[in-house]
Design a protein around this ligand. Structure first.
Ligand code: HEM
Length: 509
């Protein structure tokens, strides 16, 4: 009886207390909120969202701003300090993911690691990846990374579709690591994966579909005028299912036949507890695997594309890189990972590619799981937190002349890595408990690709019908998307010498 009286009073007290707290502290600055619609028409939804958010932060002279509409509260963090203070130092309450209707519910991605809230399934999926890709043992993957990169070197001079060849390079490695499928076996899975990841990038962009702001729209039937998003969601969900199931089933069958090679999926299947529910354990493994496969494909392709485009635009940087490679490698040698300490300019180019055009300029949205107070501002529970990676990596104090692609910014006067300059990888791969678990393998794959391509080739503009070089243009996919990648472009990979032909076993000319 006493409980029946006291419990509602406690709840009432907590509600009143939290309201009082929210009134005591203002929300962070941001555009004025209009009645009912609040900031609906000011929330960026076009392409290059990160530039629009950066502009809003400039306008309101704050590294933390707030917008809201239709029950959603959005907080943008525009500096390394705000991102670190909240997403890292307070990661216990800043590490969930906001639910999404289009991507999460209608397309079914919501239960996979990257979009999963901070719960037990997320922890189990993340554990599978951390065990298979331990950051302490990056050397384990070096032979696979080298072999995938040498295959890429063989096709580049004859490539008529760079993005396709980069996707094959990335898939050859990540499919091997994830499912134990070699380069040739991985190829048939590529078109589905590329299409599924494209749809994920489009649907995951905040503001891309009204159903995320007005969830009741999810009940509109597919045939209803204007409900094209429902047809898209169904087709894109089919792609997700195909991408999740097919390669997983191959590994499972091979395991049963005793022919499976070492992989993330195999290692997790071997650890299944046969006394517990098998279907739910397999489901977790499937989801962890498909996220590793997805996370390690388009991201790396975008980073490599950005590197090539920047080399095309900056021939003088290539010349410097060639000079350092010539000093360190003998004629006919291809670089290996052990050369890294002797090739700081190559490392600097890789870092600058990640900084200048970050692949995920808003990382991935985090969700705040309880009310918080920061620097005198009230940050409401369930806010969507958007760290502006682009702004952090284009901050003039840390990276003077940030708009210029300049690898030398990472080197000291002796040409060695300058530890005083912030490593962009600490930002480009996200924050806190949700930071990218594939960071170390991504960095390895990129470094060896950059070093190997520059060893073998000079990246040069296309020639027109008169044999004159066509002036290259740097154009970026205008979105809306969460991924930043160059639009398809053409260039020539001109072999620098025939010395490496023996190492690659092909004629490059
Ligand atoms: C250049 C390459 C890559 C970039 C720029 C990148 C970037 C990111 C970013 C920004 C996040 C979100 C972090 C956050 O929420 O704060 C993330 C998450 C993730 N990445 Fe990567 N990534 C790359 C490569 C990879 C690779 C090779 C893998 C393979 C395992 C991978 C797997 C994942 C997974 C599974 C997550 C989800 C983590 C979670 O939500 O707990 N990524 N990545």
């Amino acid at each position: 009886m006493a409980y029946a009286v006291v419990a509602p009073l406690v709840v009432l007290f907590l509600i009143l207390y939290s309201r009082r707290k929210s009134r005591q502290y203002p929300l962070p600055p941001g555009p004025r909120k209009f009645p009912i619609v609040e900031n609906l028409f000011q929330i960026p939804s076009g392409g290059f969202l990160w530039l629009d958010y950066a502009e809003l932060c400039r306008k309101y002279e704050s590294d933390i701003i707030h917008l809201s509409a239709l029950g959603n509260s959005i907080i943008v963090l525009n500096s390394a300090k705000t991102a670190s203070d909240l997403l890292e130092k307070r990661s216990s309450i800043y590490s969930s993911r906001p639910p999404t209707v289009m991507l999460g519910e209608l397309m079914g991605w919501g239960s996979t690691l990257i979009f999963r809230p901070n719960d037990d399934s997320w922890k189990s999926q993340r554990r599978i990846i951390n065990q298979a890709l331990p950051p302490t043992d990056p050397k384990r993957f070096h032979p696979k990374q080298l072999s995938a990169t040498h295959d890429l070197l063989r096709v580049l001079p004859h490539s008529d579709n760079l993005i396709r060849d980069f996707s094959r390079w990335a898939a050859a490695f990540i499919m091997d690591v994830t499912y134990g499928l070699d380069a040739a076996e991985a190829q048939p899975y590529l078109p589905t994966a590329v299409a599924a990841l494209d749809s994920m990038a489009t649907a995951g962009t905040p503001g891309a579909f009204y159903v995320d702001q007005i969830p009741i729209l999810k009940y509109v039937p597919e045939w209803f005028p204007g409900a094209d998003f429902k047809r898209k969601a169904r087709e894109w969900s089919d792609l997700r299912v195909k991408m999740t199931e097919t390669a997983f089933n191959v590994t499972k069958q091979r395991m049963a036949m005793g022919t499976a090679t070492q992989s993330l999926t195999l290692a997790a299947l071997e650890q299944i507890d046969r006394t517990q529910d098998l279907t739910s354990q397999e489901d977790i493994i499937k989801k962890a695997s498909v996220t590793a496969y997805g996370g390690g494909s388009d991201t790396i392709v975008a980073a490599l594309g950005s590197f090539i485009l920047n080399m095309l635009m900056n021939p003088e940087i290539q010349i410097k890189a060639h000079e350092q490679l010539e000093k360190v490698l003998g004629p006919g040698d291809l670089p290996s990972f052990s050369d890294e300490p002797l090739l700081p300019y190559i490392t600097a180019i890789t870092q600058e590619a990640l900084r200048h055009n970050p692949v995920t300029p808003l990382a991935f949205p985090h969700e705040l799981t309880q009310d918080d107070i920061y620097e005198g501002y009230f940050l409401p529970k369930k806010s969507i937190i958007m760290p502006n990676v682009w702004s952090i990596l284009h901050n003039e104090e840390d990276y003077p002349n940030a708009e210029v692609f300049n690898p030398s910014r990472f080197l000291d006067a002796d040409g060695k890595m300058n530890s005083k300059v912030k490593d962009p990888a600490n930002t480009a791969f996200g924050f806190g408990r949700r930071a990218c678990p594939g960071k170390h393998i991504a960095l390895g794959s990129l470094w060896i690709a950059v070093a190997s391509i520059l060893t073998c080739y000079s990246i040069e503009p296309e020639l027109d019908e008169h044999g004159k070089p066509v002036k290259p243009k740097a154009e970026w996919y205008p979105g809306p998307t969460l991924f930043n990648h160059p639009l398809p472009f053409k260039c020539r990979f001109v072999p620098r010498s025939r010395d490496v032909e023996a190492s690659l076993g092909v004629s490059l000319i």
